[in-house]
Design a protein around this ligand. Structure first.
Ligand code: 5GP
Ligand code: ZN
Length: 148
């Protein structure tokens, strides 16, 4: 179970207040659409969150421009974390909704330096349903795609 869940309304959420400078943060960098700052929990040294400046809750709520900017900032931060902390691995993690593991409901992406036996865990229960099911899932997704 997460230690902390932010249920503040949009505009008053903890990351909106952090973006506005109303609460302190250890900022790493920013551009027009994103801000990168140290995660208060620091799963490993150099653990950074890249958030949209605009309040949006999940991946489904951000614009294509914000999505591009977030990944560009994440790559800059990952390169800096590699240079500064020299981890043997790096994981990008992004949670959507409480069931998806999100605890702060303002879009953000974790840039997380990784080390052997660092305790970070995500269960990956493979089902391997076979080719026919994969084709069915892909067909459903193709039908759902709005822009081809
Ligand atoms: P999520 O669980 O939503 O993917 O990640 C939320 C993250 O926000 C957690 O890793 C938590 O440590 C971090 N966090 C929560 N409150 C604050 C805060 O006030 N300042 C900073 N810098 N990080 C926070
Ligand atoms: Zn917000």
């Amino acid at each position: 179970m997460p230690m902390f869940v932010d249920h503040s309304p949009p505009g008053q959420c903890i990351f909106c207040r952090l973006v506005a400078g109303e609460i302190p943060s250890a900022k790493v960098c920013e551009d027009a659409l994103t801000v990168a700052f140290m995660d208060i929990g620091q799963v490993n040294p150099g653990h950074v969150l890249v958030a949209t400046k605009r309040h949006a809750v999940t991946l489904l709520d951000i614009t294509p421009e914000e999505a591009a900017a977030v990944l560009q900032t994440a790559q800059r931060v990952a390169r800096a974390a590699q240079a500064a902390f020299d981890p043997p691995g790096m994981t990008l993690f992004q949670a959507n909704g409480p069931v998806g593991g999100q605890t702060v409901f303002h879009f953000h992406l974790h840039v997380l330096p990784r080390h052997e036996d660092d305790g970070m865990a995500l269960a990956w229960p493979r089902k391997e349903p076979g080719g026919a099911v994969l084709q069915d899932y892909a067909a459903r997704l193709r039908a759902a795609l709005q822009d081809g």
